[in-house]
Design a protein around this ligand. Structure first.
Ligand code: SOE
Length: 383
């Protein structure tokens, strides 16, 4: 079968652009049934030498330094936005108006207002769109969704999640610029709330439904840092740590913590969900495992089971090796590309869409409002 081409224009050449480029290159080998094959057409980045080196390394046909050349190029079908957050909206709106499909890095936007302009643009243009909340597509996390949806946990009482890192503890670390834009509020929109908690919120609402209201505290431990673009010591505007609790629409309570100051933790994303008849827990550092406690088990053998999610009848695993052999972080991106192509072929949305990701923005904004006003905030989420 000769495949239809999906010609990709990648905007950005950082860490996320590598994960996505790797995914485009591999998806066809493992999902041969797809009618489309991604073609790495053009990559765009701010520094000419670096973007050319990226194009060479990953196999893009050409490299440019102005993203408009991608958006205006008739030979490109889909735009992948891997830029710092402050450029997401402008690029996505221009790409939608040009009729391109869009795959946008998370978080969707810096604010709810900005996110809404993006949702409106893709929906008006009717273009296929998705946001890279990749953790949904780790097989053990997808299996958690299947277990929750089967009703095996019964009524849900608690949801808790953490995302812990330690890479900004050094007070000498500057903010801003190509590598450290996540530290610059103007560019990133927020700190751990948009960067890390957004992942936890996306997974949480996918598994457990809408978050109704939140009460949060945030902290900025290092108040001033050298800004790499102005070369001046400037106030740090981002939240270094955030803890919030919430009510879900289903009546359960949620508790979330994220920080870049948890010495020893590099990317410890964990979640746990407790229901009347069972519980689930997952840990990114052991990502092939889902732990499940089923109260329905016979009492003599009842206990936490550790499910090694590598068997062919478990989500996505029929595509990979043989039962018992693991996959990793990179595969979540390959799965999202496969799902994107499949939804395109079936004429369905690829979740999370911009509209879904906008609901996560609402929670993030309510968290930041709650922390600054020291009060509970309604999120306005419609799930
Ligand atoms: C930050 O260190 C970061 O790379 C996030 O931006 C990603 O979204 C997260 O998956 C891993 O951590």
């Amino acid at each position: 079968m000769s495949k239809k081409e999906l010609r990709i224009g990648m905007i950005g050449y950082g860490f996320m652009a590598r994960t996505h480029s790797n995914g485009y290159r591999k998806v066809g080998n493992f999902f041969p049934e797809l009618e489309h094959k991604p073609v790495l057409k053009t990559v765009c980045g701010r520094t000419k030498e670096k973007v050319e080196a990226f194009a060479e390394q990953w196999g893009y046909e050409s490299a440019v330094t102005d993203w408009k050349e991608i958006v205006e190029n008739d030979d490109i079908d889909a735009v992948d936005i891997c830029t710092p957050n402050h450029l997401h909206a402008e690029i996505a709106i221009a790409a939608a108006e040009a009729g391109k499909m869009i795959l946008c890095e998370k978080p969707l936007s810096r604010t709810v207002e900005e996110g809404q302009t993006m949702v409106d643009a893709v929906e008006k243009a009717g273009v296929q769109n998705t946001v890279w909340y990749n953790y949904r597509r780790i097989p053990a996390v997808t299996l958690a969704k299947q277990v929750v949806d089967s009703g095996k946990l019964g009524k849900i009482f608690h949801y808790r999640a953490n995302f812990l890192q330690d890479w900004t503890i050094n007070p000498e670390l500057p903010q801003g610029g190509e590598a450290l834009w996540r530290m610059d509020k103007k560019v990133a929109g927020s700190g751990v709330t948009g960067d890390l908690l957004a992942h936890c919120i996306d997974t949480a609402m996918w598994l457990n439904g809408g978050i109704k209201d939140v009460s949060a505290v945030t902290e900025t431990f290092v108040k001033e840092r050298l800004h790499q673009e102005t070369n001046k010591v400037e106030k740090v505007g981002i939240d270094d740590a955030c803890i919030f609790h919430c009510h879900f629409d289903n009546g359960s309570l949620g508790q979330f913590e994220s920080t870049r100051y948890a010495r020893g933790h590099k990317a410890l994303y964990t979640f746990e969900i407790n229901g009347e008849n069972g519980s689930l827990r997952w840990d990114l550092h052991d990502l092939n495992r889902l732990e499940f406690f089923n109260y329905e088990d016979e009492s003599e053998v009842r206990g936490w089971r550790s499910i090694h999610v590598t068997d062919g009848d478990q989500p996505y695993m029929d595509k990979w090796w043989v039962p018992g052999l693991s996959i990793g972080y990179e595969h979540s991106f390959i799965h999202q590309i496969a799902d994107f192509l499949e939804s395109l072929e079936k004429g369905k949305p690829c979740n999370p869409t911009f509209r879904d990701a906008q609901e996560t923005q609402k929670v993030c904004e309510a968290i930041l409002d709650s922390a600054s006003s020291k009060s509970w905030k309604e999120t306005g989420v419609e799930w």
